[in-house]
Every structure is written in C-alpha cells, then in structure tokens.
Write a protein that binds this ligand. Structure first.
Ligand SMILES: [Zn+2]
Length: 206
C-alpha cells in the first residue's frame, strides 16, 4: 500500500500488505488521500511498538472477526483497532507461555499432582455399591466423592482440628489414601462398581 516515495520499516510494509489483502477498500482509500504518505507515517508511528508477527496476527484476528474492526466512519482509527488487536495477540501469547511454564513444572506425585489430597468415592458410596451387589439394599446408587490425604510426602498424616472450648486447634490423624481400601473418583464409576462386585470382606485390621 505505501508508495515508493518513503521507506517504511519492513514490518510495517508487511502489515500494510496484509491489510490490503484483507481489506482492499481501506488500502484504496488511503492510497487516494492527498496526504497518504503523512497518514501512513502516522500509522507506522502508532504501530511501532509491535513486532511484525504481532501486527500480522492482529490483522488476521480482525479479519476473522475475533477482534473489533472499525466501522466505515471510524476508518481514521484503523491503527487504534490494530493496536487493540495486537495487544490481544500479545496477551494471548504471554498466557500461552505461562501455561507452558506451568505444565513443565515437574510433578513428583502423579496421584495427587503434589496437591496433597486425592478424590475418592466416598465411604458411604462404596458401602452402598457393595451392599447392592450383595443384594442387601435397594438404596439408589450414590456417586459422591470426598477428599482424603495422599500417601505421598505432600499428603499429611495429621491436620489441625478446632478443639472445643478454648477455640484452639489440636492435631489429629486424618485418613490417607490406600489403593486396597479406596477407589479413586478419577478412575470412574465403572471402577467403583468393579471394586464393589469383587469386594472381599478381608481387612488388614479386621
Ligand atoms: Zn501425592
């Protein structure tokens, strides 16, 4: 779009080429202005903070309808609309980079992802599932879950509980996950029902 009279930076030329391809009427309008070189110089200045790729992506965002495009009467503000879209592109790229950092954090425990607790099918749910398989109850199946401490080092053996009168706290042992006693909610309902159907009333303590 810019004529040969003036040397604009390559990234601006590339952005204007993209803009011409996507919005030919805009290109034609600028070219037809008496002061088109001055207008383009002003646009170049307003867009100078962004990289080539950010500008191209911004124009693509506008073309695809994912960022606002100026109405006909707002065409003087094209640089502002491109700026806004380019800022959106930048924020999205940053978010993507942050997400990448997060997922590259090395998790020690695959079970709880180092949160320290795991979601299991609640004890009441397991009890109903087991009794239904034994024909001992017609109670409707529950699919409730609860959290207990993981067996890894992130899971804690004790947690503070409010101790009655004085409002203080005491440390009390809390249930910790054991694969032979509990089924993980993440394993799904089928896993719970499989566990219930093959339940053997044989507990280490009982
Ligand atoms: Zn864990």
């Amino acid at each position: 779009m810019p004529s040969q009279k003036r040397n604009f930076p390559g990234k601006f030329n590339d952005a204007m080429t993209k803009l011409s391809a996507c919005f030919p009427a805009v290109a034609e309008w600028v070219r037809g202005l008496d002061n088109s070189q001055a207008v383009l110089a002003q646009w170049e200045h307003e867009l100078s903070d962004f990289t080539r790729q950010e500008l191209l992506d911004a124009i693509e965002l506008i073309r695809a309808g994912h960022a606002d495009r100026p109405e006909a009467y707002e065409r003087d503000y094209w640089p502002l609309f491109i700026q806004r879209a380019a800022e959106k592109v930048r924020v999205q790229a940053q978010a993507k980079a942050d997400y990448g950092r997060f997922t590259h954090y090395r998790v020690k425990c695959q079970l709880c992802r180092d949160i320290g607790s795991v979601e299991i099918w609640s004890v009441a749910t397991m009890e109903i599932a087991r009794k239904r398989f034994l024909g001992l109850t017609d109670d409707p199946m529950l699919f409730r879950t609860e959290f207990i401490q993981c067996l890894c080092e992130s899971g804690r053996g004790e947690l503070p509980y409010r101790s009655g009168k004085k409002g203080g706290y005491v440390m009390k042992p809390v249930p910790r996950y054991r694969p032979d006693l509990y089924t993980l909610a993440s394993d799904g309902e089928d896993s719970l029902l499989t566990w219930a159907s093959s339940y053997q009333p044989k507990r280490p303590n009982g």
